[in-house]
Design a protein around this ligand. Sequence first.
Ligand code: GLN
Length: 225
Amino acid sequence: TIVIGVLALQGAFIEHVQHVEKCIVENKDQYKEKLSVITVRDDNQLTKCDALIIPGGESTTMSLIAQRTGFYDDLHAFVHDPRKVIWGTCAGLIYLSQQLSNEAELLKTLDLLKVSVMRNAFGRQAQSSTRICDFSSFIPYCDDFPATFIRAPVIEEVLDPEEVQVLYKLDGKDNNGQELIVAAKQNNNILVTSFHPELAENDIRFHDWFIREFVLKAPMNTSEF
Ligand code: GLN
C-alpha cells in the first residue's frame, strides 16, 4: 500500500488525518487496501511513508521539537528525496521554505522550497479569515473552495521559477508590498498552501486532488493503481 504520513509533532494534524480517511472511504472502490494514512512522530514511522503532510501550527515550535528529539535530520532527508510527495500547509509551508523574509532566529527550516516566505503576512487585523476561492484553474470544477487563513504566511518571492509554479494568488499586497502567493508547487512532488484545506468541514476536494494529482502520480506509486 501507499502510505500517507501526517507529521504529528504539533499543530492541526488530526484534521488532515480525518480528511485523508474520508477520501479513502469515499473512494473505497479505488483506494481500499491501496492507500492508508498514519501519524508520524519518529523515523520508524516516517520510513513507512511515501508521502508526508506537514500541518499548520507554529513553525518555530515544530522546528524546535524536531531538533530536540533528533528527528530533524531524518525529516530533512525524507523531504529532499525526490521520490517522496510532500504537502505543507501554513506552518508546514514555512517549515519547508529556504528563505524567510522576517526574523526567525530559532526556526531552522527544512530548506527545501525555493521561495521566500513572510510569516503572519496579513497583519493583526486579518489574522484569521475564510475566503471562498476559485481554484478551478488547477483543481477541476473547484471554483468555490472555503480557504481558511490563520496568521497565515505568504510566498513573497519565487527564488527558482524553473522549479516552482505559482498556483494561486490573492488580490492585493502584503505588509511588505509584495504579492500574496498562497498556493504553489515545486516540481511534481511538492505542494504548499498558506491556508488550511483540512479545516474545510466535510469538504475533501483539496485533499482528493492532492491524492490524485501528487500521491498517485508519483513514479513509485503508479504501479499500485
Ligand atoms: N503563524 C504561524 C507560524 O509562524 C503559522 C500559523 C498556522 O499554521 N496557522 O508558524
